[in-house]
Design a binder for this molecule. Structure first.
Ligand SMILES: [Fe+2]
Length: 293
């Protein structure tokens, strides 16, 4: 009987400190996470680990990470969790609130581990103050080195911003890694035993074959992007899900587990408006803090 391994993919948890009135929170993310964790507790067999691919919190403040930890504790779930950070997180808040670390709190958080015979590699694609993602050169150097370790094990690549699918649309880089870093990632992963790539950020269940590798984006646990309105508008509706990953000798399967959802509209932004907003934020970022409004 071949060995089968299961794990859980969470993403875009957007947990928010309940003591703060958060007008950018579109659903009760704490209740959603608690319900999903209760669901996971009933799975038989129990998964071996959880991967949470960023946007762990909605605002990146220390107390929201504390709240996330309290939800986990209350759930009784005691599985290894691979944490990643996204554009809604802050490195400082994550290190302090999640890991209890007070030094070097602006460093990118990338790491790898072996869980149940799978080499899990977690990248930090967040760029402070920016919506889209990138991978800085030192992290690429690290990735190249770790890919050579555990050569007998399949590699699960995890990151918040998935690679860009449209390499001719630089004005859409806010929804992914930059095009340049996407291509560099493709070249870095080439020739390695890549089980799959797990990511989040765009808030809809999306499955791609990216240069021969499975690329899985999770809808996440906050609100859902309506793919019918994309790319003309960013229409967010009520909806969440999580995924069960199943690793067999034949490869990776992701079983999507949609949660009860009304698909009622939360808000809609025309794509041109969004692009203008992202371009303005980008200009401010590159001009330095003095130019920020
Ligand atoms: Fe998100």
């Amino acid at each position: 009987m071949p060995k089968t391994t299961t794990f859980i993919h969470l993403t875009d948890l957007h947990i928010s400190n309940p003591a703060v009135d958060d007008d950018h929170l579109h659903s009760d993310t704490s209740a959603t996470l608690a319900a999903i964790l209760a669901d996971i507790a009933t799975l038989d067999p129990q998964p071996e680990f959880i991967v949470a691919t960023g946007d762990l919190t909605n605002r990146g403040d220390v107390d929201s990470y504390g709240h996330l930890k309290s939800i986990l504790k209350a759930s009784g779930i005691d599985l290894p969790i691979v944490w990643l950070i996204g554009n809604h997180d802050t490195r400082d808040g994550f290190y302090k609130g999640m890991l209890g670390r007070d030094t070097n709190t602006d460093a990118p958080y990338f790491h790898d581990t072996v869980l149940a015979g799978i080499h899990v590699i977690a990248l930090d694609t967040s760029v402070p103050g920016q919506v889209g993602g990138n991978i800085e050169p030192e992290q690429f150097d690290w990735l190249e080195a770790v890919l050579k370790t555990h050569p007998d094990l399949p590699k699960l690549i995890t990151l918040h911003h998935g690679p860009a699918l449209d390499e001719d649309q630089p004005d859409m880089e806010w929804e992914s890694l930059t095009i340049a870093d996407s291509l560099k990632l493709r070249d870095t992963l080439k020739g390695h035993n890549i089980l799959g790539i797990l990511s989040g950020h765009v808030h809809y269940d999306r499955l791609s074959n990216w240069y021969g590798m499975p690329l899985i984006v999770g809808m996440g646990q906050h609100a859902a992007l309506d793919p019918r309105a994309f790319p003309n508008a960013l229409r967010m509706v009520d909806g969440t899900s999580y995924s069960i990953g199943i690793v067999r000798p034949s490869g990776l399967t992701m079983a999507l587990v949609p949660q009860p959802q009304t698909r009622v509209e939360k808000h809609t932004v025309p794509m041109e408006t969004l692009k203008e907003y992202v371009a303005k934020a980008q200009r401010q970022l590159h001009a330095g803090p003095q130019a920020a409004e």
